[in-house]
Design a protein around this ligand. Structure first.
Ligand SMILES: Cc1cc2nc3c(=O)[nH]c(=O)nc-3n(C[C@H](O)[C@H](O)[C@H](O)COP(=O)(O)OP(=O)(O)OC[C@H]3O[C@@H](n4cnc5c(N)ncnc54)[C@H](O)[C@@H]3O)c2cc1C
Length: 473
C-alpha cells in the first residue's frame, strides 16, 4: 500500500524543516545494507529530535496504518533496519537523538538518548573514570538503541555479558504512540514484570527505544593482551578453560581465527601483519584486565601463558608491549569482516554452540560443506569465549561469488542443521531481521512461536512496527 501525500506531509510537519530526507540520493544510504546485499525503498526518512516527536510520528502512523522501521547506525547484519522493496515503510532514524543525558559516577550509571553512538558512550564513561564494556567493530557508527534492539554482543561478552546485562532502564515509544517510561537506574527492582527485557533483542518490532540507562563498570588500571598460536580449535578451547581457571574473571576477551583467514586480512587491509614468528594453524587473541600494578598483572599473565606452552596448549605467544601493538592485534581481528567483504567472500553464518562443542561444529560443518562443493573455502572467526562463531563461506578457486550464491540455500540447511544438532543457535548475536525470519520457523517449537506472536500482537496489534522482522503475523 502506498503512503498518501497527506500522511507524508503530516509526518514531515512533526519533525519540521531539516528533520527528514525525501530525495532518492539522501535516502539511499539509509535504505541500503552495509554489506550491499539489499537496497530497500522508502519515500521518507524521519530524524526526530525528541521522544515527543517520536511519539507523534508513531501515533500518526498507528492511526493511519503506516509501517515504520526504527533505524540506528544501520550497521545491522540481518537486514532488520532496511525498508522493504516496495516503498511502503517509513524509516525513523534516531541519529539526532544522541545526547549523553547524565553520568552518575558514584552509582556507576550513564543515561543517554538512543541515538548516542556506542563510542560516544564509551568515551563519556572514560571521562568519568568508568568503563562501558560493550565493544564491537562497528562501535564508531552503531547506536545504543540499535545495540539494545539487537542485544549486541562483541568482544567482552565473556566477562560482562551482552547488551542485556548492561541495561538498567529504558524509555520506549510503544506502537500506538504511548511512551513507556522505564528509565530507572536501579540494581534491584522486583516490583512486577521486568518489562525492559521484552524490548531488548526485539529488533524494533515492539517499539522505538528512545532513552536508556546503562551500567558502567570500574575502569581497569592494567591491561595485558596476547596473540597466541594454537594447533587447533580444540586446543584453543582447552587453552581458554585453562586461562579462565588460572586468571579468573579478569580474562575479558578470547577470540579465535585461522591462519587462512589472517592471510585474507593481511592481503586486503593496509599495514596489517602477522606478529607471530612462526605461523600456527589457528590463533587466539586474549585480553586480561586487572586492578593491580602493570608488572604484577604481566607476571601473572606471563606465568599462565608459559604453563600453557609447557603443557602443549599453546604453540607460541606474543605479548603486546605497547598500546600501539595492542591496537594492532585487535585491528587484525576487527578487520576480518571488512577484509572478507573486500575479498568477495560469499556469505556468513552467525552461529553459537556450547563452548565445548565449537570444535565438533567446525569439523562437522567443514566436512559437510566441503563434501557438498569441492574446493569451497570456510573461514570461521569470532567470539570463541562465548561459543559464537562467524562462519564464512567463500567460493572455490575459479568459481564466482554469484555462482556460489546459487548454492546458498543448500549450504544454509547444512550449517544450520549442524548448529541445532549440537544444541546451538542459528542467530547468536546479530539477530533475526528479515534474513532469518523464515529460518527460525524451522527450528523453534510451535509453542515458542505462539508466545512470540502473542507478545507481538498484544503490543503491536496493527503490525506497523518493523513488520516481517523476527516474525510475520
Ligand atoms: C564491522 C561490523 C562488526 C560487527 N560486530 C558485531 C559484534 O561483534 N557483535 C554484535 O552483536 N554485532 C556486531 N555487528 C552488528 C551491528 O553492529 C549490531 O547489530 C549493532 O547493535 C546494530 O546497531 P545499529 O545502531 O547500527 O542498528 P541498525 O543496524 O540501525 O538496526 C538494527 C536493528 O535494530 C533496530 N533498531 C535500531 N535502533 C532502534 C531503536 N532506537 N529502537 C528500536 N529498534 C531499533 C532496527 O530496526 C533493526 O532491526 C557488527 C557490524 C559490523 C558492520
Amino acid at each position: 500500500m502506498t503512503i498518501s501525500t497527506e500522511n507524508i506531509e503530516a509526518l514531515k510537519n512533526i519533525v519540521g524543516e531539516n528533520g527528514f530526507h525525501e530525495t532518492e540520493k539522501d535516502i539511499a544510504p539509509h535504505a541500503a545494507d552495509w554489506r550491499g546485499r539489499k537496497n530497500g525503498k522508502t519515500p521518507l526518512v524521519l530524524f526526530p529530535k525528541s521522544t515527543e516527536q517520536v511519539s507523534d510520528i508513531v501515533r500518526t502512523a498507528y492511526e493511519n496504518n503506516i509501517k515504520l522501521v526504527p533505524q540506528g547506525g544501520n550497521t545491522g547484519l540481518v537486514l532488520g533496519g532496511i525498508p522493504s522493496d516496495i516503498g511502503d515503510e517509513i524509516i525513523i532514524n534516531l541519529s539526532k537523538m544522541n545526547k549523553i543525558i547524565d553520568v552518575d559516577a558514584e552509582s556507576y550509571t550513564l543515561t543517554c538518548e538512543a541515538g548516542a553512538i556506542l563510542q560516544q558512550v564509551q568515551e563519556a564513561a572514560l571521562e568519568n573514570n568508568r568503563l562501558f564494556p560493550l565493544s564491537l567493530a562497528a562501535e564508531g557508527s552503531c547506536q545504543v538503541g540499535g545495540n539494545i534492539a539487537t542485544n549486541a554482543g562483541g568482544i567482552h561478552v565473556l566477562r560482562y555479558g551482552n547488551m542485556r546485562e548492561q541495561l538498567l532502564g529504558l524509555e520506549v515509544v510503544l506502537p500506538n504512540g504511548d511512551v513507556w517510561d522505564g528509565l530507572k537506574a536501579l540494581r534491584k527492582d522486583n516490583s512486577g514484570y521486568d518489562l525492559k527485557q521484552m524490548f531488548i533483542g526485539a529488533e524494533g518490532t515492539l517499539g522505538v527505544v528512545t532513552k536508556a540507562t546503562l551500567k558502567l563498570v570500574p575502569k581497569p588500571t592494567s591491561i595485558e593482551t596476547a596473540m597466541i598460536g594454537v594447533a587447533s580449535p580444540d586446543d584453543a578451547i582447552s587453552l581458554l578453560a585453562h586461562l579462565r581457571a588460572s586468571l579468573g574473571d579478569g580474562l575479558v576477551a578470547f577470540e579465535i581465527f585461522p591462519h587462512t583467514g589472517l592471510e585474507i586480512v593481511i592481503k586486503n587491509i593496509a599495514n596489517s601483519r602477522n606478529p607471530m614468528e612462526k605461523p600456527s594453524k589457528w590463533y587466539a587473541i586474549c585480553e586480561l584486565w586487572g586492578f593491580e600494578a602493570q608488572e604484577k598483572l604481566n607476571d601473572r599473565f606471563t606465568q599462565t601463558l608459559m604453563t600453557s606452552c609447557e603443557n602443549g596448549l599453546a604453540e607460541d605467544v606474543v605479548l603486546a608491549t605497547s598500546e600501539g601493538q595492542r591496537k594492532d592485534f585487535w585491528s587484525l581481528r576487527e578487520n576480518f569482516a571488512p577484509a572478507l567483504k573486500m575479498a568477495g567472500a560469499g556469505f556468513a553464518f552467525d552461529i553459537s554452540v556450547p563452548i565445548s562443542k565449537i570444535s565438533d561444529f567446525l569439523s562437522e560443518a567443514d566436512a559437510a560443506v566441503k563434501g557438498h562443493i569441492e574446493g569451497i573455502k570456510t573461514i570461521p572467526f569470532g567470539h570463541a569465549g562465548d561459543g559464537n562463531l562467524h562462519y564464512n563461506i567463500a567460493p572455490p578457486d575459479g568459481m564466482s561469488t554469484a555462482k556460489l550464491l546459487e548454492y546458498r540455500e543448500e549450504i544454509v540447511r547444512i550449517v544450520h542443521d549442524i548448529a541445532i544438532k549440537l544444541e546451538g543457535s542459528i542467530a547468536a548475536e546479530h539477530g533475526v531481521g528479515t534474513q532469518k525470519a523464515g529460518e527460525i520457523l524451522r527450528y523453534k517449537s510451535k509453542s515458542e512461536m505462539a508466545l512470540f506472536k502473542a507478545v507481538k500482537n498484544s503490543l503491536d496489534p496493527k503490525g506497523i512496527m518493523n513488520p516481517g522482522r523476527i516474525i510475520s503475523l
